[in-house]
Design a binder for this molecule. Structure first.
Ligand SMILES: [Zn+2]
Length: 440
């Protein structure tokens, strides 16, 4: 009798310990998302509204137009995305994009260009390209050609670039042939690269699910970390030759649970990475969950990475004369570009230039200019920011809470670039990274 009592007591203690343990786990994962939902995100939203009211249209210093777009996006032409134009276009319009450079995974070793979606749709330029196998590159030939992914890689890069195309290294955290003489640039930011460095992806996921409504842009930003390693790699590469920095969305719109009716009346359930989970006859759960199909046929969807939230997250702005693939590519490879994080604030109007002794502008970002011709570097912003000036990768000057910035170079040679930071909840968040002006 005594033994039974003891066992009973031990069991009870065990149950209590387990209950406390599970409660602790529950609190650990669920308190922060709800704290975000009811305290942090409303506060951030309030600050963003106040910031946006302080917009000042910057004076136009340069004749080129600032075109905003995204690079490295995926569509149904990739094995791990189902995205179609009818989904991509409204998201791109809402994010106020002027262009999208796609980088779909290759379908076979022989890759025929142009491939997939390419053209001008509702004033948005969409250019096709491939994310290569192996050390990943975005290859945009801009001509009719068949590329063989089994051929020698450096020869392929050389040919694409020589014949007017574009090659950018993707996923800069991975190994690449950095000394290759032909590639034109790299990703200085990629949403995916930033996501994989999360120490606690489960927490990120739960927060994203709980804050998937009006606060999704803030929950999305939880993955953001300054890519200091990649930025310093970029700076070191620029000491040898011009390597253009761009931002990548790597949008797949595929971290979701979705369902659609097929032509034969069955229902296909699609999970993360656009993989089919099951195809079955509609049963009680389909009757309960599925509604009217959307433009892409999805009758049920629970999504994390929508096209809009990716398109509105990490952008590349290109200063160019014409909105066409060719013109945008030409200016991008010249480095006439900066990157921005637009869910914080719209960056159009931001400019960074050099001026001569009479105050005349003689170079924009990406340009090279002789040191004797430069008197000042000048930047202006549509919002008050903290300007940080980096020379050959080292912070040499800064100015807080200002719409404009000036720096006398005093004939000092070097690569000068700007980081502009916006203040949110007392933190200075990086908002813009420009390509350098090369003073030689
Ligand atoms: Zn990709």
């Amino acid at each position: 009798m005594k033994t039974v009592k003891i066992i009973g007591r031990v069991l009870l203690i065990l149950v209590k310990v387990l209950a406390v343990f599970f409660l602790a786990i529950l609190l650990y994962f669920f308190i922060p998302p709800f704290y975000n939902r009811y305290v942090v995100y409303p506060e951030l939203e309030h600050e963003r509204t106040a910031l946006w009211k302080k917009y000042k249209k910057p004076e136009l210093l340069i004749p080129q137009t600032d075109f905003k777009g995204v690079l490295h996006s995926h569509t149904y032409r990739s094995h791990d995305s189902r995205g179609i134009l009818a989904e991509i276009l409204p998201a791109a319009k809402k994010a106020k994009l002027d262009f999208i450079f796609l980088a779909d995974h290759r379908m076979s070793d022989l890759d025929t260009f142009p491939r997939g979606i390419h053209g001008i749709f509702n004033d948005i330029v969409i250019e096709s390209g491939t994310e290569s196998p192996g050390p990943s590159m975005m290859v945009t030939p801009l001509r009719n050609v068949v590329l063989d992914w089994k051929s020698d890689r450096s020869q392929l890069i050389h040919d694409v670039v020589k014949k007017g195309g574009m090659v950018f290294y993707l996923h800069s955290e991975d190994g690449h042939d950095w000394a290759n003489p032909d590639y034109q640039g790299l990703e200085i930011y990629n949403i995916h690269s930033d996501l994989i460095d999360e120490k606690n992806p489960v927490k990120f996921l739960i927060n994203g699910m709980i804050n998937s409504g009006i606060h999704r842009h803030w929950s999305y930003r939880e993955l953001f970390d300054e890519q200091t390693k990649i930025i310093s790699l970029w700076d070191s590469l620029n000491n040898h030759r011009k390597i253009v920095g761009m931002a990548a969305v790597d949008a797949h719109n595929n971290q979701s649970l979705r369902a659609k009716y097929l032509k034969n009346g069955k229902v296909e359930w699609v999970g993360p990475n656009a993989k089919t989970i099951s195809i079955n006859e509609p049963g009680w759960k389909e009757k309960l969950l599925l509604g009217k199909p959307d433009v892409a046929g999805w009758a049920f969807k629970m999504e994390l990475d929508t096209y809009f939230h990716s398109f509105n997250f990490a952008n590349t702005h290109i200063f160019s004369d014409t909105l066409s693939s060719r013109s945008l590519k030409n200016d991008l490879v010249k480095g006439h570009a900066y990157i921005s994080f637009e869910s914080l604030a719209e960056a159009k109007g931001f400019q960074f230039v050099s001026t001569d002794s009479s105050g005349k502008i003689n170079a924009i970002i990406g340009d090279s200019i002789q040191s004797k011709n430069v008197l000042k570097l000048k930047a202006i912003s549509p919002f008050a920011v903290k300007f940080e000036l980096y020379k050959n990768g080292k912070l040499i000057d800064s100015k807080e809470d200002s719409y404009d910035y000036e720096f006398q170079t005093k004939n000092k040679k070097g690569n000068y670039r700007i980081v502009a930071r916006l203040k949110f909840r007392r933190k200075q968040l990086p908002w813009i990274y420009t390509n350098p002006i090369y003073v030689y």
